[in-house]
Design a protein around this ligand. Structure first.
Ligand SMILES: [Zn+2]
Length: 316
């Protein structure tokens, strides 16, 4: 096999190793059930980690996404308070975290775009959250981020607790269409059953915003049985295969055979390699893609990177 171009469309980066480790420890992956032998990355998710992992696995490019969530930001900031801070002082610090939430979100996005400005191999997608900023504030912030290098946005409707077609998000999607920003969203099941990020929950925005470039992560995750219907109804939507490919064979995940068949039915040209780094490793994800049954060798090669270059217009 010649050496195909490799692109990771779904990486998470953190300003410090401590922050990355906090997110890895605190983010619960429950929807697939139990599986022995799931392999997690040893990296913490700093920019240096990402570049080292990409170099080791021969990746030409990566997309770094910012997952913002009021709940998780609040927990992380509280976890980072000094243990000695107790009583009223602690209560004051917690109130201060709450009062500065909007600014914390903006700062996280500014950090990402500025950290990656000199890094040609990584493209930033910033986080948008309808609870953290008003629709007008989100638009202003997103315009600023696009001017500073953001090429897309990342949504996690489960962790962020909103429906993809929440009316507060419509102006954001319109701006993404106008500026050519990609929307990359988590998909999967929600605890308690709200369809926050099941594949079918995206039908309304795909209908309403026909020019929007949408990548749905995890091929539907624990709700993967809905993915084919959505893919057939909306031929423009693309998918990434991170996480689900590591969990094949778990009770809530497809078998490797079912995943290969799903990708062939969706159309292998619409499926992109992601890793959810620093949760999973680049090299191992490449191996898992190449080992998928059902798919032709040429299709798997294109999933490694060529599809992403074509669909997302990356500078590779
Ligand atoms: Zn992710």
């Amino acid at each position: 096999m010649s050496d195909p171009v490799k692109v990771d469309v779904h990486m998470h980066l953190y300003p410090t190793a401590a922050s990355g480790e906090w997110w890895k420890a605190g983010y619960e992956i429950w929807e697939y059930g139990d599986k022995d032998g799931v392999t997690f990355s040893r990296y913490s998710g700093t920019v240096g980690d990402a570049l080292a992992a990409m170099a080791a696995a021969g990746f030409a490019h990566g997309i770094a996404v910012n997952l913002l969530s009021v709940d998780l930001f609040r927990e992380e900031a509280a976890a980072m308070l000094p243990a000695a801070l107790q009583g009223e002082d602690r209560a004051r610090a917690v109130a201060e975290i709450e009062a500065t939430m909007a600014e914390r979100f903006r700062a996280a996005n500014r950090w990402l775009v500025d950290a990656l400005a000199p890094v040609r191999q990584l493209t930033p997608y910033v986080g948008v959250d309808p609870w953290a900023l008003s629709p007008q504030e989100n638009l202003e912030h997103l315009r600023e981020m696009a001017e500073r290098g953001a090429r897309g946005i990342k949504l996690h409707p489960v962790a962020q607790r909103f429906q993809p077609d929440d009316p507060r998000m419509r102006p954001v999607y319109r701006l993404c269409e106008e500026l050519g920003l990609v929307v990359l969203s988590h998909t999967g099941s929600a605890k308690g059953g709200e369809p926050f990020a099941e594949p079918r929950a995206f039908a309304a925005i795909l209908e309403r915003h026909p020019r929007l470039t949408v990548v749905l992560a995890h091929l539907g995750g624990g709700s993967w049985r809905q993915t084919l219907d959505l893919a057939r109804a909306f031929p423009r939507v693309a998918f990434d295969l991170c996480e689900i490919i590591e969990w094949t064979g778990a009770p809530g995940a497809p078998s490797a055979e079912e995943l290969g068949r799903l990708i062939r039915q969706v159309g292998p040209e619409r499926v992109l390699l992601g890793t959810d780094f620093p949760w999973y490793d680049l090299e191992r994800t490449v191996e898992l893609v190449l080992a998928l049954p059902v798919l032709a060798a040429g299709d798997k090669e294109r999933i490694l990177g060529a599809n992403a270059v074509d669909l997302l217009g990356l500078p590779v």
